[in-house]
Design a binder for this molecule. Structure first.
Ligand code: FES
Length: 106
């Protein structure tokens, strides 16, 4: 099983924003929402553009390339032109560090 990796400190990512990081060679976007932190694979399922460059609205992120929207909590694709969900990684906060576990290959 993969290890937890510290990617940011609590307070580093403003509410409603995200940070692009790498975890075990995979791009991850870590979002800060009202209920805590969420981590998505940082690639739109339409044409691989970075979701971390998109606009956050509530608990959704809109890809800035062609406008597909995804649920930040579930990864679900919410509108065309994306139809496949984006992977959601486990996130936790330990001693003030935000940690992500890359479970893509588990
Ligand atoms: S690459 Fe994201 S909507 Fe096209």
């Amino acid at each position: 099983m993969s290890n937890w990796v510290a990617v940011a400190q609590e307070g580093e990512i403003p509410l409603g924003e995200c940070k692009a990081v790498w975890v075990d060679n995979d791009a991850v976007a870590v979002f800060h929402l009202e209920d805590g932190y969420h981590a998505l694979y940082d690639r739109c399922t339409h044409e691989d553009y970075e979701l971390s460059a998109g606009a956050v609205e509530g608990d959704e992120v809109e890809c800035c390339m062609h406008g597909a929207r995804f649920s930040i909590k579930s990864g679900e694709a919410l509108c065309a032109p994306a139809y496949e969900a984006v992977h959601v990684f486990p996130v936790r906060v330990v001693d003030g560090n935000i940690e992500v576990r890359n479970d893509l290959d588990d």
